[in-house]
Ligand binder design. Structure first.
Ligand code: CDP
Ligand code: CA
Length: 415
């Protein structure tokens, strides 16, 4: 039903013979690049087109890892685009739009490096047989990222059609940024929120006034660097960053956003000035000192709308991955958790790091950060419900579907 009024009957984007059409959306995230090829079907002229399915594929690392070799970055996009050549029938290539939107990874690069990557990707698109709209390759504004994910989730759960709309809020935790989006019900929220946290958005013939914000630098991987005291330190090569959230004896290297970082555990004999928090003692590890370290990354840094304390939210990306990694939810099915479940698991992992040493050395830090972000960052209650979802009806819960609707709407494509 979502196409209602989007396309007047005589301009409906369908091929009369095959009645199927496509949209290709790339998500250039900070940790990987993904292609979403959506198929829409017009079953009969009287009813509106339906979303029939999605082909999804991803590659790692993300475009920002190719900051110094943009052609290679574009090559990774080309390999994914080749899938669309196989998936879309040749007679529809010219009518199928292809768009790439980059998120926090590229937002954090210098303008020059980001533009070099985008223009290489644009060349790949231009050389393809698909429809390349104006502005087809860009860095997406953070507020759109939240809005479009909200549209996707509420569309897939059937909340954007019909009269009784009970929309749900969404939480996305990326590598470099994190988004919170919901439809405020209370007048207070509209009055008390900073102006730029409220946006009107039109979709499917309705206008939604949403609360949304993207916090750059508060994604899971950026938060690791912030906890280690290494965020925005381009010249970090060589320096060792230590934390009580890491296994004591650990010493290793990590590449993120084209920079190499050395990090390690909180050994007994390290000088005090190398420990990131004044409240943490040399040699200490575990949940308590870790929470203190992580707290200074989030405390007082995020806006806390009162109204969210009592509501439930859909959560995906790293919320989902870390919950699945620690068996809080089933990897395929997802599940429903309370905020306190993340805290319980963070304690279990951080206070028994040897037992979890085969998993990522950052597991304790990640779970502790998620706990602190939810409780001290957004101000959720211990019993706030989170519905962890990767797919609904076999479609990814990603901002890319909302972006594709928006794209088709703005193009007014005629076939
Ligand atoms: N279609 C997608 C895209 C990202 N993700 C997850 O999103 C997280 C990484 O976020 P990202 O690379 O998009 O980073 P940002 O650019 O959003 O900060 C990982 O947990 C991915 O598994 C996902 O689960 N499904
Ligand atoms: Ca993302």
């Amino acid at each position: 039903m979502w196409f209602q009024d989007l396309f007047p009957p005589n301009t409906c984007p369908i091929n009369a013979k095959t009645n199927t059409f496509y949209g290709i959306m790339f998500d250039a995230g900070s940790t990987g690049t993904r292609i979403h090829i959506y198929t829409f079907v017009q079953k009969s002229p009287e009813i509106l087109p339906e979303l029939e399915g999605e082909i999804f594929e991803s590659v790692k690392p993300g475009l920002s890892a190719y900051a110094d070799e943009p052609e290679k970055g574009a090559e990774s996009v080309k390999r994914l685009l080749d899938m669309a050549i196989d998936a879309v029938p040749p007679h529809l290539w010219k009518k199928t739009p292809v768009v790439l939107k980059a998120t926090a990874g590229l937002r954090l690069l210098s303008e020059e490096k980001a533009q070099a990557l985008l223009s290489e990707v644009k060349e790949v698109f231009e050389a393809s047989p698909f429809l390349v709209p104006e502005d087809s390759v860009s860095i997406m504004d953070g507020s759109y990222e939240g809005i479009l994910a909200w549209i996707t989730v509420n569309f897939l759960t059937g909340q954007l059609s019909g009269q009784n709309q009970h929309t749900v809020g969404t939480l996305d935790l990326g590598g470099a940024s994190t988004q919170i989006t919901f439809l405020p019900r209370f007048e207070e929220t509209l009055k008390e929120s900073p102006r730029d946290f409220l946006t009107s958005f039109e979709m499917f013939n309705s206008t939604y006034q949403l609360y949304t914000h993207s916090y750059l630098g508060f994604g899971l991987k950026a938060a690791r660097l912030a906890t280690l005291g290494a965020l925005n330190m381009e010249a970090a090569d060589g320096q060792m960053f230590r934390s009580s959230c890491l296994p004591k004896q650990l010493e290793a290297e990590w590449h993120f956003g084209g920079v190499k970082y050395r990090y390690g555990g909180n050994k007994k004999d390290v000088p005090l000035w190398l420990i990131p928090s004044v409240f943490v003692l040399a040699g200490e590890t575990g949940f308590k000192p870790c929470y203190l370290e992580v707290l200074k990354v989030v405390k007082g840094k995020l806006h806390q709308p009162d109204e969210i304390r009592g509501s439930s939210f859909y959560a995906f990306s790293y919320y989902y991955d870390r919950a699945a990694d620690t068996n809080l939810i089933d990897y395929e099915q997802g599940g429903v958790l309370e905020v306190r479940d993340f805290e319980r698991k963070a304690k279990e992992v951080c206070d028994n790091m040897e037992r979890f040493s085969s998993a990522s050395p950052f597991l304790c830090m990640d779970l502790t950060y998620i706990t602190a972000l939810l409780k001290e960052g957004f101000g959720f209650r211990d019993n706030t419900l989170l519905k962890l979802t990767k797919k609904v009806n076999n479609i990814e819960t990603s901002w890319t579907l909302g972006a594709t609707f928006h794209l088709l709407q703005s193009l007014g494509i005629t076939y």
